[in-house]
Design a binder for this molecule. Sequence first.
Ligand SMILES: [Zn+2]
Length: 275
Amino acid sequence: MTDENYEEIDLAKDIEKVNRFARRELSPEEIYCFPLVLCDNEPDRDNERFSVSALEELAKLFVGKTGIFDHDPKGKNQTARIYEAQVLTDPEKTTSDGEVYTYLFAKAYMMKSEKNSDLIKEIDGGIKKEVSVSCSVKKKICSVCGRDIFKKSCAHKKGEVYNGKSCVHILDEPSDAYEWSFVAVPAQKNAGIKKNCTSDSDRLCEEVSRLLYLADTVLPLSVIKKLVYNADKERLCEIKTELEKKLSKRPVVQLCSELALKSASKKNNNSQFRL
Ligand SMILES: [Zn+2]
């Protein structure tokens, strides 16, 4: 897809898409919609980048996912949700890796309220935004030798140049997208996209540790993690399913906002999405 596919936000039209995610029928007057770039194929400060096919996959995974504004630690209810995402290209721009610049463009909505009126003004004012996304990928490929370094590491180092080509790690085959956060920062050169990508098995270990911890086990988190990281991955999947079943039966009220957001987006239900 190209930039010509870029669709301006038309509230009268987009309200239908928004309402697919809302708990009750919302009117265009009640919501504020804004565009954002979630991620792209430009190598980041860590010399990692997404493959174009990964961006296509993430476009599907991020729809419906909740994001938080973390510029204000007191702004508890400042959350937004992505209602549409698509991959776009800028044919006039080339990445440092020599590819056509390709990015994941999304539209998000939030409820209008007195509390977030300043935030809406900031976004409207075109203040540069830094977006950070969190997802897991199945593969991390070395751009020099093509090896999936999740399976076996190679001799190439990120950021070093081999035969005139800089080594980057290409994040490929995303399996899940978690949350995203949005920081309105004053215009600055390096404002951009940060990503937090982990391997599937790391993510599984983290998730099982978290669930075990929430299940009121008497073990401290450090011990849980040691056990989980050494456990058989197939068994961990089973444990995860069991724990999720068990935990879904009780009200989740006392979690910190980040955990609440995580579990809300994971379970893909609206119950904890307080807009
Ligand atoms: Zn390599």
